[in-house]
Unconditional design. Structure first.
Length: 184
C-alpha cells in the first residue's frame, strides 16, 4: 500500500469507501521492491485474487514502478479474469477506455522516473567534476593507513589479506581499493 514515511489511513479509507472487503497493506517502497518479491502483503494479495475479483488500489504507483512490471501484473489479471481498478486515476481495466488509460499513465510514470534518474546521474557527474567525492570516507587515521598499507603489501607470516582487513575493521573490497589508491 505505501512506503514507511507515509500514512496508510487515507488509502485505507478510500479502499473501504470503494467497497473493498479485504485490504492488504505494508510499508515497503515499490522503488526498491518489485513484483512482490520483497513485498509479502502484495504477494499475498496477488495470490488471493480469483476469477471474478476486482483488484483495487488507490494510486498506480502503489503497485509497481515500471511499465513492464505493471503490464505483467495486468496480463496475469486478464488471464485469471480479474478486474483492476485504480481509484485516484479512475482506471478500470474491465473497460476498453480503462485499459487504454492504464497503459498511458503507466508509460508516463516510467518516463518520469527515467527523467529523474537522468537528472540524478547528471548531478552526480557535475559534482564529481567539481571534486566532490562519493562513498564512504576512509576511516583509517594517517598512521593506521600507513600501517595497513605496509601490512597489506607484505602480509605478516600466517596472515591473509582478509585477516589484515579484518584487523583494521574494513572490508576486503575496501582493502583492495585503499591499496589501489595508495599504489600498492
Amino acid at each position: 500500500m505505501s512506503t514507511t514515511g507515509q500514512n496508510l489511513d487515507t488509502q485505507r479509507e478510500k479502499l473501504k469507501a470503494y467497497g473493498c472487503d479485504k485490504i492488504y497493506e505494508e510499508k515497503i517502497s515499490t522503488k526498491t521492491n518489485v513484483a512482490g518479491r520483497y513485498r509479502p502483503a502484495l504477494k499475498n494479495a496477488l495470490d488471493f485474487a480469483r476469477e471474478g475479483d476486482i483488484f483495487v488500489i488507490t494510486k498506480l504507483d502503489r503497485l509497481a514502478r515500471s511499465v513492464i512490471e505493471l503490464v505483467q501484473i495486468i496480463q496475469s489479471f486478464e488471464e485469471q479474469k480479474i478486474g483492476f481498478v485504480v481509484i485516484d486515476q479512475n482506471i478500470d481495466t474491465t473497460t476498453p477506455t480503462g485499459r487504454l488509460m492504464f497503459h498511458v499513465l503507466s508509460a508516463i510514470g516510467e518516463f518520469e522516473r527515467e527523467l529523474i534518474n537522468e537528472r540524478v546521474k547528471e548531478g552526480i557527474e557535475k559534482a564529481k567534476e567539481k571534486g566532490v567525492k562519493f562513498g564512504r570516507r576512509n576511516k583509517l587515521s594517517p598512521k593506521k593507513l600507513a600501517d595497513f598499507c605496509a601490512e597489506f603489501e607484505n602480509p605478516p607470516e600466517g596472515m591473509s589479506k582478509s585477516d589484515i582487513t579484518a584487523k583494521y575493521g574494513i572490508s576486503v573490497a575496501s582493502g583492495y581499493r585503499i591499496a589501489k589508491e595508495n599504489k600498492i
